[in-house]
Design a protein around this ligand. Structure first.
Ligand SMILES: N[C@@H](CCC(=O)N[C@@H](CS)C(=O)NCC(=O)O)C(=O)O
Length: 210
């Protein structure tokens, strides 16, 4: 059977979450670099895979899948027994809840700081916009507190082992210091993030700027 191909720009949180899941699952994937700094996501070849012009993309034979959350869930269904993407309906819905929350709320709050304080510097996009940082601040205060409270007395977001929920929500905090995401005051979040980043599957998906 041909190897799956994973098209990624590893520093991105959306790429990193897929890479961590693939590592954890020992998925047989070939990593194909899409250098966003070189606009490789806009080439005709890449747009044929994902008309949105965004990575990550997974190719499994003729099946092409974009959207990082969907890719993680697809890889997760191949695991036996299922732990990252549980087969049990309620456990799976709980993981889905946190992945949805990341897409709807957490990612925009973390993303505001990541974009304004990091990405703009990398692409020569000018100074951080204070209005965007202020919006991000409101989001981190609200959603950071929800996450921090949930993590009290828990090692992982759902159940007793790591799931896709931890990978999705935690992967936004890789560069929290560099991006100045104001989570330092949330002790539970910091504790949980450190324990995730110490795992082999996270370390081997360490971002590099190619
Ligand atoms: N919802 C998508 C978002 C993917 C996405 O936004 N990718 C960004 C990097 S984080 C990208 O490829 N940006 C290239 C561009 O905007 O041209 C997913 O989760 O896969």
């Amino acid at each position: 059977m041909a190897k799956m191909k994973l098209h990624v720009f590893p520093p991105s949180p959306n790429a990193r979450q897929v890479l961590i899941a693939a590592n954890e699952l020992n998925s047989d994937v070939e990593i194909c670099m899409v250098d966003l700094l070189k606009q490789q996501q806009k080439t005709p070849e890449f747009l044929a895979l994902n008309p949105n012009g965004l990575m990550p993309v997974l190719e499994d034979g003729d099946f092409v899948l974009w959207e990082s959350t969907a890719i993680m869930q697809y890889l997760g269904t191949k695991e036996t027994p299922r732990t990252l993407w549980p087969a049990d309906a309620q456990a799976q819905a709980d993981v889905s809840r946190w992945q949805s929350w990341r897409l709807a709320h957490w990612g925009s709050a973390c993303g505001a700081f990541t974009f304004e304080n990091m990405v703009k510097q990398l692409v020569g996009g000018g100074d951080p916009d204070p209005a965007e940082l202020a919006k991000g601040q409101v989001g981190i205060e609200k959603y950071g507190s929800i996450l921090n409270n949930h993590l009290q007395g828990r090692k992982f977001l759902v159940g007793d082992t790591m799931t896709l929920a931890d990978i999705s929500v935690g992967s936004w905090l890789t560069f929290y210091k560099e991006a100045k995401i104001p989570v330092e005051g949330f002790a539970e979040i910091i504790r949980w993030r450190e324990s995730l980043e110490a795992m082999d599957s996270w370390k081997t998906a360490a971002p590099s700027f190619g």
